[in-house]
Write a protein that binds this ligand. Sequence first.
Ligand SMILES: Nc1nc2c(c(=O)[nH]1)N[C@H]1C(S)=C(S)[C@@H](COP(=O)(O)OP(=O)(O)OC[C@H]3O[C@@H](n4cnc5c(=O)[nH]c(N)nc54)[C@H](O)[C@@H]3O)O[C@H]1N2
Ligand SMILES: Nc1nc2c(c(=O)[nH]1)N[C@H]1C(S)=C(S)[C@@H](COP(=O)(O)OP(=O)(O)OC[C@H]3O[C@@H](n4cnc5c(=O)[nH]c(N)nc54)[C@H](O)[C@@H]3O)O[C@H]1N2
Ligand code: SF4
Ligand SMILES: [Mo]
Length: 709
Amino acid sequence: MPTPTDRTTKLGVCNLCEAICGLEITLERGAVTAVRGNPDDPLSRGHICPKGVAIADVHADPDRLRRPVRRDRATGTWTEIGWDEAFDLVADELAATINEHGRDAVGIYLGNPNVHSLGSMTHGTALVKALRSRNTYSATSVDQLPHQLLAHLVFGHQLLLPVPDIDRTDHFLVVGANPMASNGSLMTVPDFPRRVRELKRRGGRVVVLDPRRTETARIATEHHFVRPGSDAWVLLAMVHVLLDDGVASAPSYADGLDAVAAAVGPFTPERAEAMSGLPAEEVRRLARELAAAESGVAYGRVGVSTHEFGTVCQWAVTLLNVLTGNLDREGGAMFTSPAIDVVGRGIIGRGHHGAWRSRVRGLPETAGELPVSALREEIETPGQGQVRTMLTLSGNPVLSTPDGARLDEALSGLDFMASVDIYLNETTRHADVVLPPTTALERDHYDLVFHALAVRNTARFTPAVLPAGPGTRHDWQIYREIALRTVSRLDRKPSRWRRLTLQARMRTSPTRLVQGLLATGRTGVTLRRLRANPAGIDLGPLRPGLLPERLRTRDRRIDLAPQLVIDDLARLAEAVPPTEGELLLIGRRHQQDCNAWLHNVPRLTRGRPRHHLLMHPADLAARSIDDGATVRVTSRVGSVEVEVAATEDVMRGVVSLPHGYGHARNPGMLGAARVPGVSINDLTDPERLDVSGNAALSGVPVTVEALPR
Ligand SMILES: Nc1nc2c(c(=O)[nH]1)N[C@H]1C(S)=C(S)[C@@H](COP(=O)(O)OP(=O)(O)OC[C@H]3O[C@@H](n4cnc5c(=O)[nH]c(N)nc54)[C@H](O)[C@@H]3O)O[C@H]1N2
Ligand SMILES: Nc1nc2c(c(=O)[nH]1)N[C@H]1C(S)=C(S)[C@@H](COP(=O)(O)OP(=O)(O)OC[C@H]3O[C@@H](n4cnc5c(=O)[nH]c(N)nc54)[C@H](O)[C@@H]3O)O[C@H]1N2
Ligand code: SF4
Ligand SMILES: [Mo]
């Protein structure tokens, strides 16, 4: 029995999703024995979900990597190597590729956890910049690229993203998002369930449009099915109704209302009905109720971002907020005022689009990244600029990007691959070297991104809860070594001044950088104050009236009708209504999963299996398939075999597979035994793209057939 003196409590933070919950962590003899939500956290107010409770399980996981490992290409066996050897090997190979084949021959993929780590935000981005490869890819283009492109075009900065003011709104229109499971995205909203209860208690309404009756749909005031991929029609028809009714108005700093009216003219509620299945009268009512609400906000997320018309959808959502007077207003779509203003101070760039194009398919870059749907062909197609060496940083594109099965093959043909990751996964198993950083509990954290997207202005600095394990390296130290050692080996070195700047930047710890950024900020929040208030400092609710000053467009005005979006409407207008009997595939998230990982954590994988293909009973009957049968699902690019589960929670004509499954593809993969199932991205199609280059993962046409017994 530990004595009371062995037990200490420290405040921590969960970095697993965008909700950034504050934690209270109990330590006994140096080991974590309990994790709770911190009730004193001004943002998360004690909220925690099952993943947060399990955060220390990742740290304790014996399968997690703690030392660099090197793969013997002949035998496939992995051996631990020293850090110096690993850094030199990676730097030698990166530099050799660049010296021989040019910078673009190094491909880089950045996965989702980069955004959740301070060291990756400060030093990982600097490494990527130092390598200056046009073949830079990330999870952004299977996620929120349409949001970023639209924010760049309309508000002048890719991260100037308005956030639903959920704590004060009277009407919350949720399109293609499931915050009850995801805890919110591009809307940092810990404790979504309680905030929704409060919203409804105030008499507010939550309206959900989703092809599946999700956990969020269940707690909503109303839910409507919409056919996957058809939302642009519905949302533009709602804009059409506002304009027709004469209730639409634009703020004085906005231009282009006439162009909007002309553009949405053809998108009537009747055509929306034909495309989406949502009755025209309902489309009209939804538009009118949003406009009539005291305050209201439309919000569209992954379901309408990973979409063939993702950018049009985000444009329409923005128009609904602007034209109902709800932008930059209490209870509407509001901008944050974070203690470290990554947008206003230009710490993250405004973004650009089409500055270069992918070599094989000619797809445009956005903010320095090419669409990850193009990665496979850039590795496989010979010629100048072919990707020969890959560097992946905290990601698993084999499971998370379209046609992952073929990317899997392509990765095995590389000259060299290095990965920074805490696990061997379906992607990093192809690496020659894997460099594992410390885990979140061993690192200091200040959230540069999610404070800037939160439903309330707060600031919080969390010192590492656990000491870094012996002989380990933080992610920023790994990035520092790779960057500095690679640059020093280049034939064509950057200028002396650039090298000195890089060295200075890389040698300053993330915490020191945060300290400097706070000291030069305008909110009066300093690192010293944050250390004295470890639960966080409350800076109050989101503030209205920040526009037009906060705009980053050159003229401090909003163009409501960006040409790129208007031009894409012709493609939308050509879309054809669905055919009888067709099936469209969508994804889903569960509260206990975290994209393609955490599947090695027993307490999150226990219980009923959740890998099934969900399908409507009538669609099953039409194909004489029994509930529970194993079926073959086939798309243009591939096919998988998986058990089916009948449910009326998906609309007819829609089937759903969870995203991030499919560890069984490689026997021996982590979590394979615990988590059966297949990868949805063996079915998704890299040819289906939004105008932004984002993958259209939603609404993939598939067939489903029973397998002979
Ligand atoms: N069909 C379909 N595909 C999707 C989606 C979908 O909804 N449907 N969702 C998309 C979205 S929104 C996203 S964000 C992507 C995610 O795609 P990815 O980012 O490619 O995949 P993750 O599963 O998040 O991979 C995270 C990896 O990071 C590692 N990791 C965890 N913590 C750390 C750390 O602290 N340091 C380092 N170095 N590594 C760490 C984990 O071991 C894991 O291997 O998937 C996308 N793909
Ligand atoms: N528990 C958990 N939380 C997470 C994650 C996780 O993996 N697990 N991942 C994190 C990440 S990286 C992200 S980006 C966020 C994502 O956060 P959300 O966007 O809230 O997450 P999803 O559950 O993917 O919600 C997408 C919804 O869109 C619906 N949908 C699919 N296609 C269409 C369509 O064509 N039209 C409409 N209207 N709806 C459609 C789906 O049925 C689904 O309910 O979640 C984050 N939080
Ligand atoms: S909601 Fe997100 S941040 Fe909060 S405990 Fe769960 S995973 Fe962590
Ligand atoms: Mo994401």
